[in-house]
Design a protein around this ligand. Sequence first.
Ligand code: PGA
Length: 220
Amino acid sequence: MKKLFIIANWKSNKTTFEAHNWLQEISNFQFPISNEKEVIVCCSYPSLPLLKRFVSERNLPISIGAQDISPFGAGAYTGEVNASQIKEFATYTIIGHSERRNYLKEDDEMLAKKVQAALAEGITPIYCIQGKETPIPGGVRIVAFEPISAIGTGHPDTPEDAEDVAKSVKAVHPNVSVLYGGSVNPDDVHAYTQLPSVDGVLIGGASLSSEKFTQLINNA
Ligand code: PGA
């Protein structure tokens, strides 16, 4: 059986109070433990210490991710959060989400530097691509295919298209896991996770509800 990644991307949502409630709720549900499914929650920076503490105290089968990383190391880069700081709390980070490419004008060159910064500290990048043609920097092992038309719209891409893109990426990068993201919900998640070339899902809106996210994990 292939390993599946089920990844929550909370984006710029949840205060630490709300994050704590979500964790409390999810730990009360029948949280599925399985070696075949790795659950990763990518929260905002202020919630990282809380997630790390909560998960380790309750021994929850959840890995922790950031949503971005500085392309620079420590130093005079006001506002940036660098890899060694993130590493204190997280083992993964999303890099290259289309919202950052769009609103923050992050380009392929900067994103390649972010990947290098993450890898240098042993943080695993979850690298977002918008289509087959998006360049993938060297060293990336997890790619998330997220077509812009499917993000937050309630109109997911077809499983056929997700399979086609995942297969094409793997033809060029054979050691990469490819996830699908964009309006995935508990009812359609299995249509993606059952695809031969798709290794999991990246979930935005539906991950904000602890109940929906638990259903997503169970149904994947
Ligand atoms: P969505 O977001 O599930 O709300 O469409 C996915 C993402 O942008 O990672």
